[in-house]
Design a protein around this ligand. Structure first.
Ligand code: GDP
Ligand code: MG
Length: 393
């Protein structure tokens, strides 16, 4: 039998973000190493994080590494991703749904273009709290230079609506900590203290119907089909019924016969958990990424809706040219990624930087409700971010 998940500490989902090569993966490995010495984690080597097996579902690569650790007061699931494109895709699609993030900035290089884009992205997808790891501090001798980089990051955070003056900026060296240097190992402790203190346990929606967006589907030999994701809201106990909704799913209910998180079994799962649900009698081909599993009758699929959308500027990674009625970009709604045609009001044209009301016709219905956020992408860039204002079908 599998070890039971204790649920003795509040659970949070966090992740590293920041410009390529600024040390996100090294820092992630260092965190697990430092905490493993305190008996609070299993050390995960750099290579296991950096070369996490790609998960594939119907041609979509989910390139994302998950590690698990505890501090004295919390249990964390931590995501790290290899490349910038993975960040954009996984953060927007919700595969990297985090309650807070560690923004890794190399003290040698300072804020770089992807640093800015990740801050913009974090803002868009509603990551409320950031802590800055000013990494590679071992390689910068001049303390005034460190101060300068710190100021620059604080300004950048403020520019995008984060409390730049009050955000913890901790000088660390992931590399030296990973090598076992006691001074730099202690700085990882400082960083984790800052994360514990600055990223609050989010208010979880527990007293509402269960819903989890499906991130991935797996077959476990001899057991059946498993769907994984982060529970959006509500709770679910082993033996309870759920419904698969969206992308043409059949309307019937299925029973969840087993629940796991990071290889530990659990009698129930709740909002915020990274969960794997074993579904009785469901074939691998009957469920897919982009659908949701939800309490029966609690949510229905829709293809037509109105939305308020802000179009990103080129500096934020968006388009440089306007869009017009009839434009058919990709809509990323929870884990779904599907084409939609949009209709704009008045003259039917909108410019980067504009906030517009639009009507959207999706290629296939997905689980929708008023207030749900989504992103609009085109050819690898994020064009806009918005939320559903009304359901039309
Ligand atoms: P990522 O792309 O942000 O995940 O960056 P990596 O963790 O792969 O690190 C990129 C490079 O920076 C590697 O060569 C690391 O050894 C190096 N590096 C990472 N952290 C530190 C650090 O704290 N100090 C120094 N000097 N180098 C580091
Ligand atoms: Mg990396």
């Amino acid at each position: 039998a599998k070890e039971l998940y204790g649920r003795t500490k509040p659970h949070l989902n966090i992740g590293t973000m920041g410009h390529v090569d600024h040390g996100k993966t090294t820092l992630t490995a260092a965190i697990t190493k430092v905490l493993s010495e305190r008996g609070l984690a299993r050390a995960v080597p750099f290579g296991r994080i950096d070369r996490a097996p790609e998960e594939r579902d119907r041609g979509i690569t989910i390139n994302i590494a998950h590690v698990e650790y505890e501090t004295d007061t919390r249990h964390y699931a931590h995501v790290d991703m290899p490349g910038h494109a993975d960040y954009v895709k996984n953060m927007i699609t919700g595969a990297a749904q985090v309650d807070g993030a560690v923004l890794v900035v190399s003290a040698q290089d300072g804020a770089m273009p992807q640093t800015r884009e990740h801050i913009v992205l974090a803002r868009q997808v509603g990551v409320g709290h950031l802590v800055v790891a000013l990494n590679k501090a071992d390689a910068v001798r001049d303390p005034e230079l460190l101060d300068l980089v710190e100021l620059e990051i604080r300004d950048l955070l403020t520019e995008y609506g984060y409390p730049g003056d009050d955000t913890p900026v901790v000088r660390v060296s992931g590399l030296r900590a990973l090598e076992g240097d006691p001074y730099w190992s202690a700085r990882i402790g400082d960083l984790l203290d800052a994360v514990d203190a600055h990223i609050p346990v989010p208010a979880r929606l527990l007293d509402v119907p269960f819903l989890m967006a499906i991130e991935n589907v797996m077959t476990i030999k001899g057991r059946g089909t498993v769907v994984t994701g982060v529970v959006d809201q509500g709770s679910l106990a082993v033996g309870e019924q759920i419904q698969v909704v969206g992308l043409g799913a059949e309307a019937g209910t299925v029973t969840c016969t087993s629940l796991e998180t990071f290889g530990h079994s659990m009698p129930h799962t709740e909002a915020g958990d990274s969960a794997a649900l074993l579904l009785r009698g469901v074939q691998r081909t009957e469920v897919r990424r982009g659908q949701v599993v939800a309490a029966p009758g609690s949510v229905s699929p829709h293809a037509r809706f109105t939305a308020d959308v802000r179009l990103l500027t080129a500096a934020e990674g968006g388009r440089s040219r306007p869009i017009a009625t009839g434009y058919r970009p990709q809509f990323h709604i929870r884990t779904a990624d599907l084409v939609g045609a949009l209709t704009l009001p008045d003259d039917g044209v909108a410019f980067p930087g504009d906030s517009v009301t639009m009507t959207v016709d999706l290629a296939s219905p997905v689980a929708l409700s008023e207030g749900l956020g989504f992103a609009i992408r085109e050819g690898g860039r994020t064009v806009g971010a918005g939320f559903v204002t009304a359901l039309l079908d």
